[in-house]
Design a protein around this ligand. Structure first.
Ligand SMILES: [Zn+2]
Length: 226
């Protein structure tokens, strides 16, 4: 009753297409849910994500829940998550992927979930890291720790950017650093992010995390650009 009354004043709408949700629908309407372009990479032992980073970093497991295409439902979901305050998109996708991963032997070796961090100024501006809830839900499903303190994003100095451009082609002006590493020695980390496109962000984060002795890294993202 309370829910129905709330719905009257603040109608719950589908995060994919903005139609009103029925009483038994959450996050997405039935049609959008049915039409979500799931990859099933982790079920099919499909190496698309791993291959995207092949030769750059060594990954144990790597998957993405959805295919991202411009103008599709997934783009709408990502837009709602990043720019319209709908942090619950990450919760929804994290619960979904977490349920799937916990049934797979390959992911049982994970010890800790770490999200790709936002820079402090961006975090202040958005109010939340859009990957936090996604990572927390996956950690909960896998019954492991969630650690959003160890990996940090720092803006590179001009000199660093210049050096980066000389050394690499990605030209990302941000760098990632680790704040401590004792507790993560020898751990298997699941690094989580929203969308994987060129893989440059994942690569930078993984390179920072690989400074911790004996770590293994796997990757899970909400979506992958085709
Ligand atoms: Zn919908």
């Amino acid at each position: 009753m309370v829910i129905n009354l709330l719905n009257l004043f603040f109608p719950r709408v589908c995060l994919g297409c903005s139609t009103h949700l029925g009483d038994n629908e959450t996050y997405l309407c039935g049609l959008c849910r049915h039409n979500l372009p799931v990859t099933n990479f982790h079920f099919d032992q499909n190496d698309t994500v791993k291959n995207a980073l092949y030769g750059r970093i060594k990954l144990e497991q790597a998957t993405a829940l959805l295919h991202f295409s411009k103008k599709g439902i997934v783009q709408q979901l990502m837009h709602n998550l990043k720019y319209r305050g709908h942090e619950e998109v990450g919760e929804f996708l994290g619960k979904w992927l977490g349920e799937e991963l916990k049934s797979l032997t390959a992911y049982k070796a994970i010890d800790v979930v770490i999200p790709v961090p936002l820079h402090r100024s961006k975090l202040r501006q958005r109010g939340y890291n859009q990957v936090t809830k996604f990572g927390q839900e996956i950690a909960k499903a896998l019954e492991v720790d969630f650690n959003d303190l160890v990996l940090q994003k720092t803006l590179a100095t001009k000199t660093q950017v210049f050096k980066d451009r000389l050394l690499r082609t990605s030209g990302d002006a941000a760098t990632f650093s680790i704040s401590e590493n004792q507790s993560l020695k020898g751990k298997h980390i699941l690094l989580v992010d929203d969308i994987i496109t060129t893989g440059a962000t994942i690569e930078s984060c993984a390179n920072a995390l690989f400074r911790i002795e004996g770590v293994k890294i796997s990757v899970a993202t909400m979506a992958i650009t085709d």
